[in-house]
Design a protein around this ligand. Structure first.
Ligand SMILES: N[C@@H](CCC(=O)N[C@@H](CS)C(=O)NCC(=O)O)C(=O)O
Length: 333
């Protein structure tokens, strides 16, 4: 790895979103370091590199900081095109549709509603009040239990869709292929919620959702988990670094990519160089990033930021799922 463009993943191990990135990096043999974060706020290592974003994971490459797994996966695919060193059997169209299905169509929210209400974390008021700030909804025991039946029905529908349609002809991976070829990004997009729920004790009632009813889907999850485990063994664990080390690497890093441009035709009317705010609109919306606009397109918004020790960074967010606007007059600093 070029030390000036070091990849650092900020995450905690039980985040299903972070696993999308961990798996992808390992399957494609892309070296990275990890800066482990606490499961709840505050996260001073992250604010130190210049962003108010609270969701996990987050990735820095040199002094570029990428928010949201959708943009992270997209950037990694661009920065590491398929090659013998970084193999990748990918299919953009299906991958994009699966990304919308698992994230935007609400499957993640349904899956997270299956975390059993007696899980130690859900009994910890520090955790539940943190997640209320993140999601804007109540995480009380009653609410968690009330949401469960409907979520179970939706999740069973997801199993049925995979068992009958996606994997219905007995294929090994979502796009077919041979077992030895390994899974692609498409499988990562498809499997992460299944794999999470399968490993989450008490999430799936066996009389309703199990390998008996969904043999192909369960086999595919096990196949995928096995390949990822083997890849992680082969690559060895990513080096863990402290927040101070991560801050130093970001501040002394190179730009991972050239400065983007601002689309003059963008209906927002925003112009390069003006101060704007950006924040996610589906969760983690109470915290906003503010900085000079550097890049704006249909796929991405980029602003300038500063690390806590004054080094310039660029913060990249996907356009989809984020709001971008001029700060209101009353809110200007
Ligand atoms: N759309 C985001 C969602 C990320 C997300 O919701 N991550 C969860 C962890 S799995 C999170 O940030 N939870 C609240 C927290 O950890 O503060 C992405 O694709 O990265």
């Amino acid at each position: 790895m070029d030390p000036s463009k070091e990849i650092i993943l900020y995450h905690y191990s039980f985040s299903p979103y972070a696993r999308r990135i961990v798996w992808y990096l390992n399957l494609r043999r892309i070296p990275y370091k990890q800066c482990i974060q606490p499961p709840t706020m505050p996260r001073p290592d992250i604010s130190a590199i210049g962003t108010a974003y609270r969701r996990i994971p987050l990735l820095s490459i040199g002094r570029d900081i990428y928010l949201d797994t959708r943009l992270i996966l997209h950037k990694l695919t661009l920065l590491y095109p398929p090659s013998p060193t970084h193999p990748s059997p990918d299919h953009k169209t299906i991958q994009k549709l699966l990304e919308h299905y698992t994230i935007d169509a609400g499957m993640f929210n349904r899956a997270s509603a299956l975390i059993p209400s007696n899980t130690p974390l859900l009994l910890d008021p520090k955790f539940t009040s943190d997640r209320e700030d993140y999601s804007g909804r109540s995480w009380s025991k009653e609410n968690v239990e009330r949401a469960r039946p409907e979520a179970l029905v939706e999740v069973k529908g997801m199993f049925e869709f995979f068992e009958g349609s996606v994997l219905g002809d007995g294929r090994v991976w979502v796009l077919g292929g041979e077992e030895g070829e390994g899974p692609g990004l498409v499988d990562v997009e498809a499997v992460w919620l299944f794999s999470w729920l399968k490993g989450l004790k008490g999430a799936l009632p066996p009389e309703y959702i199990s390998a008996q009813q969904f043999p192909k889907t369960f086999k595919w999850i096990e196949r995928f988990d096995g390949v990822v485990l083997a890849a992680m063994k082969r690559n060895g664990p990513a080096q863990k670094i402290s927040g101070a080390e991560a801050l130093n690497a970001v501040g002394s890093g190179e730009w991972a990519e050239e400065e983007a441009s601002v689309d003059e035709m963008d209906p927002s009317g925003l112009r390069k160089g003006e101060v704007i705010e950006l924040w996610p609109i589906d969760s983690g919306f109470s915290r906003r990033d503010r900085g000079r606009l550097v890049g704006l397109s249909t796929s991405e918004v980029v602003i300038e930021g500063r690390t806590e020790d004054g080094k310039e960074v660029r913060i990249h967010a996907p356009r989809h799922g984020f709001r971008v606007r001029r700060p209101k007059e009353s809110e200007k600093l």
